[in-house]
Design a protein around this ligand. Structure first.
Ligand code: HEM
Length: 403
């Protein structure tokens, strides 16, 4: 099976970018699969891919024999301002950083900003309606999460085009590998510029504190010495990137999948009580994050029936786990009433996504209002293009008509 798969896994091929699922089914059959140098375009030695649900879940949950601490293995000259955030840390540093911000992402706190999100969604829908034809990515899915996260963090929305460009360049070059050489220049350039931007903004905001996320982090640094200056900048970068791209992908892939499954879309329009399970099914069916972030073994351990030595890189392929027939009946069928639906799209374990309430709230408000206010939304003219960002699955465009 390894030999057959070797020819098939090519993350950069058009076939894979357009439809990764046949390859993922091969991963279910194959078990742990070694991807070597050339195939990863990475200067790290290669990585083990896992696609079975149970293996992916076990790897994401493990925090003793697996580390996420990029700084431990990254050559000093390649360290970037993004490396110090909580997603790249192990306990106790991870716990310390997560505790500083977890309250901001609580259900209660997100409820407070719900009216603001509703207002933005109404506004974006009205603008699409007025045009009659729209690009759902450009006019809706790419806008809402950026406006919301900029508000939430307290960064000026006027700079959103810069953020979009930086996060796009960063995510094009970012892989589960520690030192991808792909898109090396734009990746490192964007990280540097974004890091400098936040360093300046933090300096300015120091004298203008409010209740937003940046203010909370600045106070934790300045008054309570709870995080370092590098961590402060890096956490801001993480929130802006993770709060934006993933949610954009969830909204655009979700809309696309509804348009592809007319009968399910109609069922949802006629039964809005299915909205929440429908959103969970969108998340399972087209996972916005396809492969989890960097993980490396810290000692001898066993996953998927295979032993690993210290220092091996393990990649949890979430997009494959969500289509594993051992976990989901008819995994390639989109079913808005699927239950149970224990997808892994938000990860699991100590690095479980901090922004789930925010992301689900944005999805619930968006699709709730789309059903109500755009009953005739349909596919528009033009071909779809999937983006080729390494870890993420999302559309570059989604033409729709709204008559
Ligand atoms: C549909 C949208 C989203 C998806 C699918 C998603 C997915 C994920 C996944 C899979 C992880 C774990 C990665 C790993 O273990 O390697 C993660 C972590 C994280 N996400 Fe999200 N995310 C979404 C939205 C958001 C939003 C809106 C925010 C808000 C800023 C956010 C902030 C974070 C943070 C801070 C972490 C790191 C948590 C930690 O290290 O403890 N995410 N996300």
């Amino acid at each position: 099976m390894q030999a057959a798969l070797k020819k098939i896994i090519d993350f950069d091929s058009d076939d894979f970018v357009n439809n990764p699922y046949p390859t993922y089914h091969q991963l279910h059959q194959a078990g742990p699969y070694w991807l070597d140098h050339n195939q990863t375009n990475s200067s790290s030695k290669g990585m083990w891919l896992f696609g079975r649900y149970d293996d992916v879940s076990a790897i994401l949950k493990e925090s003793v024999s697996i580390s996420k601490r990029v700084l431990k293995v990254r050559p000093e000259q390649n360290v970037t301002p993004l490396d110090y955030n909580m997603l790249n840390q192990d306990p106790p540093d991870h716990t310390r950083l997560r505790n500083l911000v977890s309250n901001s992402f609580s259900l209660e706190n997100i409820k407070r900003i719900t009216p603001r999100i509703e207002g933005i969604v109404d506004d974006l829908i009205a603008k699409m309606k007025a045009k009659g034809e729209a690009d759902f990515v450009k006019d809706f899915a790419g806008q809402l999460p950026m406006i919301v996260i900029a508000d939430f963090m307290g960064v000026p929305f006027e700079d959103h085009l810069l953020f979009c460009k930086w996060s796009s360049d960063i995510l094009c070059g970012y892989d589960s590998g520690v030192s991808s050489t792909d898109n090396f220049k734009s990746y490192h350039g964007a990280i540097k510029e974004m890091g400098n931007y936040f360093a300046e903004l933090i300096e300015y905001r120091r004298n203008n504190l409010s209740t937003d996320l940046i203010s909370i982090l600045i106070e934790a640094h300045d008054k309570h010495d709870q995080l370092t200056g590098n961590e402060l900048v890096s956490m801001c970068m993480l929130f802006l990137i993770s709060g934006h791209e993933t949610t954009t992908n969830m909204l655009s892939s979700g809309m696309n999948v509804l348009l592809n499954h007319e009968e399910q879309f109609l069922k949802l329009k006629n039964n809005p009580e299915y909205l929440i399970p429908a959103i969970e099914e969108m998340l399972r069916y087209e996972s916005p994050i396809q492969r989890a972030t960097f993980r490396i073994t810290t000692k001898e351990c066993e996953f998927g029936g295979r032993k690993f030595a210290e220092g091996e890189q393990l990649v949890a392929v979430i997009g494959a786990a969500n289509r594993d027939p051992e976990q989901f009946d008819n995994p390639d069928v989109f079913d808005i009433t699927r239950s149970p639906n224990r997808h892994l799209s938000f990860g699991v374990g100590i690095h479980f996504c901090l922004g789930t309430v925010l992301a689900r709230t944005e999805a619930r408000i968006s699709f709730g209002k789309i059903i109500e206010q755009l009953p005739n939304i349909n596919r528009g003219k033009g071909n779809l293009r999937w983006n080729d960002k390494k870890l993420f699955r999302g559309l570059q465009n989604l033409p729709v008509s709204i008559y």
